[in-house]
Design a protein around this ligand. Structure first.
Ligand code: ZN
Ligand code: ZN
Length: 120
């Protein structure tokens, strides 16, 4: 098994200014309030090896049967997409409104044409 250093620490969100405390069980990598993240990890969550440091915006939310809510973040700098587990204290209002928008889009989309896109 490969070992890598996981840095789990609190941080202040650069997008909305929310002070995020250190997460208990998981490695918090996005703001619990606005769900924005930062491109700091290269290969593994918490490795903090990326040189990009771009802002990562939440672009997709889905329910994983095993892992629970998953948020896909996309980096505005390099376009990298990463899936992250939602935290237990994440902003549920924002999560559900994102899901609502997605469902609306899927519905409108499916009425027009076949859904060809697949998310990760
Ligand atoms: Zn924030
Ligand atoms: Zn990036």
């Amino acid at each position: 098994m490969k070992k890598f250093t996981v840095i789990n620490e609190g941080f202040t969100c650069e997008n909305c200014g929310e002070i995020n405390p250190k997460a208990e069980k998981t490695c918090r990598n996005h703001c619990r309030k606005c769900l924005y993240s930062k491109h700091v990890d290269l290969k593994y969550p918490g490795d903090r090896m990326s040189q990009c440091l771009g802002t990562m915006t939440p672009v997709f939310v889905e329910l994983d049967k095993k892992k629970g809510w998953m948020i896909t973040h996309k980096c505005v700098e390099c376009g990298e997409e990463k899936r992250n587990k939602a935290g237990s204290d994440d902003n549920l209002d924002l999560l559900s409104s994102m899901i609502f928008e997605q469902n609306k889009k899927t519905y409108e989309h499916s009425r027009g044409q076949k859904i060809g896109e697949k998310h990760l």
